[in-house]
Design a protein around this ligand. Structure first.
Ligand code: HEC
Length: 390
């Protein structure tokens, strides 16, 4: 319960639209951060020393969110403690970087020499930002010979470097990907970085890769890395709040949502990750039962396509591709024919691969009856429920 309280702390100023416990829509007004800062100030020392790993991470998140820079010396001490968990130390370094702390370079040097891999990796994007010249040799080594997680971290850092040497690294990475030598986990960062790059060497290598995929008819290849390692919490946000077309516009997932598409509350139990990914990237590959799309041509020149919501001799009601109900007069129907899925095939274009991976991680948490199916902090825990005790 302490952790839940801390999470509430970190989302206090701008809380989620959904109440975390019951998952119903309950927008909260933006509140005053002052009491939270006072509470943090009073308990910081004990929270950062005598608590579990996830409480420490929640505290760090709150400190970052509230830009509570007075906590910096304690955060630095936490990051420097070799007996502390590597991920906690990495997160502490992230807070110092976010604050542009005067001791940041010192902290990065210490972190880079530590024996915690998570902490060493967390130095990469910071080093790339502060000192590209120093970062490049380390990034090269990690991109070419590192573990999957190290390659992932180095491609993320390389993406932020507007340097021709960094572009060469990306181009070389794409060639290795074509040769099947880049682990799935790191492919996502590599491809997202390559796609955003404006350097011709990268664009050429990327075009070669795409040509290879096209020749082999491999539409899912660009998303091969999306099945593992996503952040379910970010995925939850995309699912509910994607600016272009939120999935909840047409789908329910243990809460309210549209009805134009199938209820996804039990999708993880019902289907495989590969199926979910394919449904999002290429909705026409398999149409969910009961959601066949019918196209109607009308005598007045009108044309409608969608899934049938209701059909009687007097009226036909369909859900169209915008997730809106349309009513058709059966007397006017000249022709009806099977048509492509009404789930728009645009998500492969509007979602970055890393977003697709986060969305997948969220979808995999969906189980019937789970209030929001939302992972609490990316550690694979499902939504915190109202439990007693602790
Ligand atoms: C405009 C409405 C619409 C939007 C927006 C939409 N979908 Fe769909 N979705 C559908 C329809 C209709 C189907 C059923 C037809 C089909 O299988 O293609 C479907 C099918 C699916 C399926 C397969 C379900 C099953 O039971 O087989 C998944 C998974 C899915 N959508 C996920 C998503 C996700 C994730 C998003 C957001 C990124 C999204 N959809 C956005 C309309 C929509």
């Amino acid at each position: 319960m302490r952790e839940e309280a801390l999470h509430q702390l970190s989302t206090w100023a701008e809380p989620f639209d959904r109440d975390r416990l019951v998952g119903v829509y309950r927008p909260l007004p933006v509140r005053d951060a002052q009491p939270v800062l006072a509470a943090l100030d009073a308990h910081l020392a004990s929270l950062l020393t005598d608590s579990t790993r996830s409480v420490k991470r929640a505290v760090l998140r709150a400190v970052e969110e509230f830009k509570f820079t007075a906590a910096s010396p304690r955060i630095l001490a936490l990051m420097s403690d070799p007996s502390e968990d590597g991920e906690v130390r990495a997160e502490a370094l992230g807070v110092l970087s976010d604050f542009d702390d005067p001791k940041l370079l010192e902290a990065v040097a210490l972190a880079g020499a530590s024996n915690a891999p998570e902490l060493r990796m967390a130095t990469l994007p910071i080093l790339a930002r502060l000192s590209p010249k120093q970062a490049l040799p380390i990034l090269t080594l990690m991109a070419e010979t590192g573990s999957a997680a190290e390659q992932q971290a180095s491609f993320t850092a390389i993406a932020d470097l507007a340097d021709p040497a960094a572009a060469d690294l990306l181009a070389a990475g794409l060639k290795r990907l074509l040769a099947g030598e880049v682990p799935y986990l790191a492919q996502v960062e590599l491809l997202d970085a390559a796609e955003a790059s404006e350097f011709p060497v990268v664009q050429t290598a990327f075009a070669d890769l795409q040509a290879h995929w096209t020749v082999h008819g491999d539409t899912l290849a660009p998303y091969r890395g999306a099945l593992e390692g996503g952040d379910a919490r970010k995925g939850w946000r995309l699912f509910n709040q994607h600016p272009v077309l939120a999935c909840t516009h047409c789908h329910k997932a243990n809460g309210e949502g549209g009805e134009a598409g199938p209820d996804l509350s039990d999708i993880a139990e019902r289907t495989s990750s590969e199926y979910i990914r394919e449904s999002i990237i290429d909705p026409n590959a398999a149409i969910a039962p009961g959601f066949d799309v019918v196209a109607f041509t009308l005598s007045d020149g009108g044309y409608f396509a969608g899934t049938i919501a209701e059909e009687t001799p007097e009226k036909i009601v369909i859900w169209d591709a915008a997730g809106t109900k349309q009513e058709i007069d059966p007397a006017k129907v000249l022709d009806r024919a099977a048509a492509p899925s009404s789930m728009p095939p645009i998500f492969g274009l509007v979602l970055k691969r890393s977003e697709m991976r986060d969305l997948m991680a969220f979808m995999k948490t969906l189980k019937p009856g789970d209030p929001i199916g939302q992972s609490d902090d990316g550690e694979g825990e499902t939504a915190t429920r109202a439990t007693h005790g602790e």
